[in-house]
Ligand binder design. Structure first.
Ligand code: GH3
Ligand code: MG
Ligand code: MG
Ligand code: MG
Ligand code: MG
Length: 323
């Protein structure tokens, strides 16, 4: 936090760099073999709070990119050990570096070469001799674009994880379950030797918990149950909240007997768990297990059989697993 504050202070002290996002480092990689020119560029950019790392050839540029992800790359067209255009094409092939804007420095004003560079992924050009104000402006614009893309990606990831996560318990939601099951069923239909099972789990007498201790405590207990189910679930199993106080668990590569055993472990674990929010009182669950059969064909058919088994467990007195 202190470091971030420091960086914010430094950034705001430099009047010319108000465009910089203090959350980011603002580092660029300069690939340039001409010492005089690279010194000019480093001086000009560092005066506006942009840190340059300098590579003098393609080999050291590639080494740098193995360890770092700069906000922008500024590269010379002709390098001692290769063509800058080839290096450019290579950098753009890597997923990790694809978004980094690349500005090519060239003495050649030839139109065809410029077009070739753009086709290989260059984002902008600087023509030698480099004019300091233009250099600053183009680098700033490139970094700004890169930051915008970074922010978009972060927000997109957040949005995507929200749509598949249950807000209360943090486990996957029903939307995710549907998509995942459809995908897995299609897989089993293609390779019938594969197995797939499903558990439908419902908390016993949960209404009484809410009535006795209130909805907020009820919510807390739902979170703990989700956590405990996830604890017993194996790495490949997918715990989802199906709705209310019901959980659905997808068990890939699992037959009905193994599924029953997993459910039984979950049931037993809950039976012994002392809930701190209700004075160490215990809560039980009932579960129905079903294995996907090629006759099911649809998600609904499989869910219905797991639900039927759950209903059986409830009618046989709760705190049990049926298949
Ligand atoms: P059974 O053993 O037959 O399942 O009895 P039950 O009381 O658990 O079943 P019922 O379906 O009658 O009640 C489910 C209760 O779960 C009713 C509802 O208020 C509660 N519930 C559903 N979703 C939530 C939630 O998000 N938070 C809380 N606190 N309670 C919830
Ligand atoms: Mg050169
Ligand atoms: Mg019920
Ligand atoms: Mg219930
Ligand atoms: Mg229920």
């Amino acid at each position: 936090h202190e470091e971030l504050q420091n960086r914010k202070n430094i950034v705001s002290a430099l009047s010319d760099v108000d465009f910089l996002n203090p959350e980011y480092q603002n580092t660029i990689l300069l690939i340039e073999d001409d010492n005089l020119l690279s010194r000019q560029i480093v001086t000009v950019l560092s005066s506006v709070g942009i840190n340059c790392s300098v590579a003098h050839n393609t080999v050291s540029a590639k080494d740098h990119l193995k360890e770092h992800s700069p906000d922008l790359i500024l590269m010379d067209r002709i390098l001692p050990d290769g063509d800058g255009m080839d290096l450019l094409a290579e950098i753009k092939q890597y997923e990790d570096h694809r978004d980094i804007p690349i500005i090519v420095i060239t003495a050649i004003t030839d139109l065809e070469l410029k077009i070739l560079g753009l086709e290989k992924g260059a984002d902008d050009y600087l023509i030698k001799p480099i004019e300091n104000t233009e250099l600053r402006a183009r680098v700033k614009a490139g970094i700004r674009r890169h930051h915008a893309i970074k922010n978009l990606k972060i927000n997109l990831e957040k949005a995507q994880s929200c749509t598949v996560t249950d807000k209360l318990t943090g486990v996957r939601n029903r939307y995710y379950l549907d998509a995942d099951l459809n995908h897995r069923i299609a897989q089993v239909n293609r390779s019938p030797e594969k197995t797939l099972s499903l558990l439908m789990i419902d908390i016993d007498n949960f209404k009484a918990i809410n009535d006795t201790f209130g909805h907020l405590i009820g919510d807390k207990i739902l979170c703990i149950v989700a956590e405990q189910l996830s604890l017993i679930a194996r790495a490949a199993d997918i715990v989802t909240r199906y709705g209310g106080e019901e959980f659905c668990i997808v068990l890939p590569e699992t037959n009905i007997d193994e599924a029953y055993a997993v459910a039984e472990r979950m049931r037993e674990n809950m039976e012994n768990y002392e809930f701190p929010d209700i004075g160490g009182k215990k809560i039980t669950i009932s579960a129905g297990a079903a294995e996907y059969s090629i006759n099911d064909q649809t998600v609904t058919a499989l869910l219905t059989r797991a639900d039927d088994a759950l209903y059986k467990a409830k009618s046989m007195g709760r705190n049990r697993v049926c298949k």
